[in-house]
Design a protein. Structure first.
Length: 84
């Protein structure tokens, strides 16, 4: 089943949220790929739009997981530093 033009998500909202709250470098990469989705759809490049959408989704997840790991490490280090 090949997605149609209307069903290719661009993940721009998720990419912006990941950039603001989780991991800036990975979020920027996700924004770049998310912005390519609509451009490729306008050029009737459905395969390229799907690839850009998949890449945006992948980088959103990398940024989210990276931000979560950094937060967990920060909490652990704060607990260790506060113990006498």
């Amino acid at each position: 089943m090949t997605p149609s033009k209307e069903h290719v998500p661009n993940y721009l909202t998720q990419a912006i949220l990941v950039t603001l709250f989780c991991c800036l470098p990975f979020g920027i990469v996700a924004i770049v790929y998310a912005a390519q989705v609509n451009s490729r759809l306008e050029l009737a490049d459905l395969e390229g739009a799907i690839q850009a959408s998949n890449n945006a989704k992948k980088w959103c997840w990398f940024g989210f997981i990276g931000g979560a790991i950094i937060l967990i490490l920060y909490v652990i280090l704060a607990i260790i530093a506060s113990t006498p």
